[in-house]
Design a protein around this ligand. Structure first.
Ligand code: ADP
Length: 489
């Protein structure tokens, strides 16, 4: 089911679909079961998508395996060209794709457009990388032998993706898989399947063959179990919570799958006393409030040196005042609704816990009732025993923690089992090196609130996961190295 009024508001209504995409076919669940897709802004159902049966998912895996037998030996230029077509179709349909994303995810339309550009950039990047999958030769022990390595696609892959970046988390995984010669099945987040299905419409138009890119919708737990228990699927790539990631890792153990896991974070954002305060505030505004604070590299703990604490707080309050909360389609809105009631409850719990333990509100308010529209809030005098310091908030809350020395800042920053993103602002060269070398995170931004782009490896350490996406490293996750010994020459 699709809300026809919404469908007709698109320039190309055929991009909004309510069926899964398996082996080049559009299909409903065998038993006609469906899952509702809700607009978080209006809380109205905008569409339903199939709740596929286990048998249908198993069949999809078999079909992807059949498709792989051909795709794995397709010429690199063919893979590159088809991915380049897909990239171009995404950019040509950017406005419609952005509208679909705002409808199901809530983020402001301008941000959705930005995500489409970002998502498409991975397809372009890996279209280019497809033609650079090189092998090596190695010194052989005797003159009648030769030794070389070749790289080959891992095989059939599965991706499980989250709702906060409904397009980019799919392209960042699927583009390198397809470029490498793998086939892939995506289980999009139940909350945001429509963006994934729109990408499938365009993949089909781009000439990506049946079975190479598939979108299976339905029950997360059941599809997760079907993927992980399959002997055909050789690689699982997941972005989401550490809890689900480690569960999938355990479920993948019996079949010893390759894994890429991009899990939770608890990013510190450190502002040293010599920082350019205006730059630090603008960096924090991007890192903290993009997607209403619902990104895994969001600044979660803002550490500010005692000497500039008040000045920084005042500047930040002035900047946050300019944010406008509302429906993602409304003019000038910069913060959309949070994804659901649980997300709001978490922000509320973090504020209440901090206030009880002695923090105060510098700007904003405690979210009330079931309203998904949350005022961006700044807390001052936050200490490390309060909830925002220990857990990812995943909402528009900036807790300001005071520190006095570099070592204290580093200690607080690293005092987390997570290690995804970290940010720090300083003009001092010696401090820049010392802090950068001692932050225990997969990605660090020095005087920068932006740390994700096609050309840079994205990923974390510790409980934040394994593997890297994007950059020259991203495609390696979908390649096996085969050592080839040749004797009797
Ligand atoms: P978030 O907190 O960001 O929603 P989740 O880890 O719950 O993160 O969800 C990320 C993705 O994992 C979504 O596609 C969701 O449907 C899926 N998911 C949730 N639980 C399971 C599970 N038990 N097995 C497989 N996938 C799951």
């Amino acid at each position: 089911m699709i809300d026809l009024q919404i469908q007709s508001s698109l320039t190309d209504p055929s991009l909004l679909v309510d069926t899964a995409y398996i082996n080049g076919q559009w299909c409903s669940a065998k038993d006609d079961a469906t899952i509702d897709v809700i607009n978080p802004s209006s809380k109205k159902i905008i569409a339903t998508v199939p709740d596929l049966t286990v048998d249908q998912v198993r069949q999809a895996i078999n079909d992807a395996n059949t498709a792989w037998k051909t795709w794995k030996s397709s010429p690199a230029t063919e893979r590159a060209t088809k991915l380049a077509n897909w990239y171009q179709l995404m950019m040509d349909n950017q406005d419609d794709l952005a509208r679909i994303m705002t409808l199901e995810q809530g983020k402001p339309l301008q941000e959705s457009k930005g995500e489409i550009t970002y998502a498409a950039s991975f397809i372009k990047w890996f279209a280019e990388e497809a033609r650079r999958i090189n092998g090596e030769t190695h010194p052989a022990p005797t003159s009648d032998r030769r030794l070389m390595t070749v790289k080959q696609p891992v095989g059939v892959c599965a991706a499980i993706t989250p709702w906060n970046f409904p397009a980019a988390m799919i392209t960042r995984k699927c583009a390198p898989a397809i470029a490498a010669g793998c086939t892939i099945l995506v289980k999009p987040a139940d909350l945001t399947p429509l963006s994934a299905l729109a990408l499938a419409v365009l993949a089909d138009r781009a000439g990506i063959p049946a079975g190479v890119f598939n979108v299976v919708t339905g029950n997360a737990k059941s599809i997760g179990e079907t993927f992980t228990s399959s002997e055909i699927i050789r690689k699982l790539t997941f972005t989401g919570s550490t809890k689900v990631g480690s569960l999938l890792m355990a479920q993948s153990a019996p079949t010893v799958k390759r894994l890429s896991l991009e899990l939770g974070g608890n990013a510190p954002f450190i502002v040293f006393e010599d920082a350019d305060i205006d730059e630090a505030v603008s960096g924090l505004m991007i890192s903290k409030f993009r997607n209403a604070g619902q990104t895994c590299v969001c600044a979660n703990r803002v550490l500010v040196h005692d000497k500039i604490y008040d000045r920084f707080t005042d500047s930040l309050v002035n900047a946050v005042r300019t944010l406008k909360v509302g429906d993602g389609f409304a003019e000038n809105v910069t913060i959309g609704p949070l994804i659901n009631e649980n997300a709001v409850a978490k922000v509320r719990a973090h504020i209440e816990d901090s206030l009880q333990k002695g923090a105060s509100i510098a700007y904003g308010e405690i979210p009330s009732g079931d309203d998904l529209f949350v005022t961006p809030t700044i807390l001052r005098d936050v200490t490390t025993d309060m909830l925002p310091a220990t857990e990812e908030t995943f909402g528009p809350l900036a807790p300001l923690i005071r520190f006095h020395t570099d070592e204290e800042a580093l200690k607080i920053a690293n005092e987390t089992p997570y290690g995804l993103g970290a940010y720090y602002y300083t003009q001092n060269l010696k401090r820049a090196w010392h802090v950068g070398e001692n932050l225990e995170f997969g990605m660090i931004g020095l005087n920068s609130g932006v740390i994700s782009m096609d050309s840079s490896p994205f990923g974390g350490i510790k409980l934040s996961g394994v593997g890297r996406e994007g950059s020259n490293l991203g495609i390696e996750e979908y390649l096996e190295v085969k050592a080839w010994h040749i004797g009797s020459l």
